[in-house]
Ligand binder design. Structure first.
Ligand SMILES: *Cc1c(COP(=O)(O)O)cnc(C)c1O
Length: 435
């Protein structure tokens, strides 16, 4: 499969080039040249297959001959080595839990798959692949744990001192092996600027083989299609054929992958994008005008995006046809107050403790069901485990959270982070001296 830039469809590159470049030079995003259809017989019998079997079928349909199937199977089996269960909260509403991977967030799907794809394509290189990543929390943990122990790779994470939660910091700083953490005395934007400068530094690029673990990398989008198929498989095994997915959305990669799955032949009745007050897409769907705004800080901070990068991919999937897009996609937006109330109601009504992002998805699912009653299953996506967000959850509720097994073990581990000032020369020296 070749991948074109959303800005120029005539310039197609190989999967490998799309993975290592992350972004085409014209600042578009990579998309598959065609949307291949899954075998209808596979969809018909999908309830027979495991998550890993579904992932292999979907990935090999999308990638064609880019990676021989036995190699792709190994990548999929290693990357997607955790579950994604659909759990019903009542007769019609279910949650698709995507936080059973090592960083307790759905970004594990993308990060783990991408790390192994990068390692696969780097096998014959003699230089280490140096991944630089700036994080405000969730992405860094997924990338660190995604690359942990992956041969031929090394990760350097920059995170803002004092601005990530305890679980997040432990996930970034307790790994050792091929993962290094730099605790930057500055903001997330400072971290991002340092990483950007490193990619533009000639000397660094000569000494090291640098790459980014950018969230818009096509190798992160592809594995996010897997769990939509798998959720549908789980519903089918219960005799359910109709599903509406509600996705808590920030940069719109997750829901973009859902829409890609739909275009590949997954029978989905409708998608709902649920956002916090960063409502550029809901405003677009209402007015037809795409008017991005600077992002606003909210409780659901992984969704604080004012100009969602992946929106161009969704436009591309629908070839700019707004009517067709609106027939498949609705959206709702919620304030922090509504998010908090939603989290409380989920505990009261369903005894379910959700992170703020997940609560927004549930609110979106409720709003859509109110506007469009029917017999479909309403499945909302849980993108992170609530234990990652102590500041957003009432202390008495937080105390009742059952920690995942690994989170307990994290507490006793030693923090390994080097302090770093917001100073590019100091960052560069670190990278060169610790090569
Ligand atoms: C990244 C993230 C989101 C938003 O996903 P997008 O693909 O950017 O729309 C939602 N919830 C959590 C917990 C996240 O980490």
């Amino acid at each position: 499969m070749k991948f074109y830039s959303t800005n120029n469809k005539t310039l197609a590159v190989s999967f490998k080039d799309a993975v290592f470049n992350s972004l085409p030079a014209d600042k578009g995003l990579y998309m598959p040249e065609q949307i291949p259809q899954l075998d209808p017989l596979f969809i018909k019998n999908i309830q027979q297959y495991s998550l890993q079997e579904i992932a292999l079928e979907v990935a090999s349909t999308l990638l064609g001959n880019d990676i021989p199937k036995p190699d792709l199977k190994k990548i999929v089996d290693e990357a997607i080595n955790f579950e994604a269960p659909v759990k019903f909260l009542n007769n019609s509403t279910a949650v698709l839990e995507l936080f059973h991977g090592p960083s307790y967030a759905f970004k594990d799907f993308g990060a783990r798959f991408m790390s192994r794809i990068m390692a696969y394509f780097s096998k014959s290189d003699d230089k280490l692949l140096d991944v630089l990543v700036a994080t405000s929390g969730d992405t860094g943990g997924a990338v660190a744990l995604g690359f942990l122990g992956v041969e031929g790779t090394r990760v350097t994470i920059l995170y803002p001192k004092g601005k990530v939660s305890e679980v997040q910091e432990l996930q970034l700083t307790t790994n050792g092996q091929n993962i290094r953490a730099l605790e930057v005395d500055g903001t997330f934007d400072d971290c991002q600027a340092l990483v950007k400068q490193a990619f533009n530094d000639a000397e660094l690029n000569q000494t090291l083989r640098l790459t980014s673990a950018n969230s818009i990398n096509i190798a992160r989008l592809i594995p996010q299609t897997f769990y939509y198929f798998y959720a549908y498989a789980q519903l089918r095994s219960q005799g359910i054929n109709e599903v509406v997915f509600t996705v808590p959305s920030g940069n719109f990669g997750n829901i973009g992958a859902g829409l890609l799955a739909y275009k590949m032949g997954l029978p989905v009745k409708h998608f709902v994008a649920a956002t916090n007050v960063n409502d550029t897409v809901p405003r677009f769907l209402a007015s037809g005008q795409y008017a991005p705004k600077p992002s606003v800080q909210t409780l659901s901070n992984a969704m604080d995006v004012g100009d969602p990068s992946n929106w161009v991919r969704i436009q591309d999937l629908f070839a700019g046809n707004l009517a067709e897009l609106k027939a498949m996609l609705s959206s709702y937006t919620f304030t922090d107050e509504e998010t908090k109330a939603g989290m409380d109601r989920l505990v009261q009504d369903a005894n379910y403790i959700a992170c703020p992002h997940t609560a927004i998805a549930w609110l979106g699912a409720q709003a859509y069901a109110n506007d469009h009653p029917g017999t479909y299953a309403s499945v909302f996506l849980s993108t992170a485990h609530p234990c990652k967000f102590p500041d957003a959850i009432d202390a008495d509720v937080f105390a009742k959270i059952v920690l995942p097994a690994g989170a307990e073990a994290l507490q006793g581990k030693e923090k390994l982070a080097e302090p770093l000032a917001v100073n590019f020369e100091a960052f560069k020296r670190y990278l060169i001296n610790h090569n």
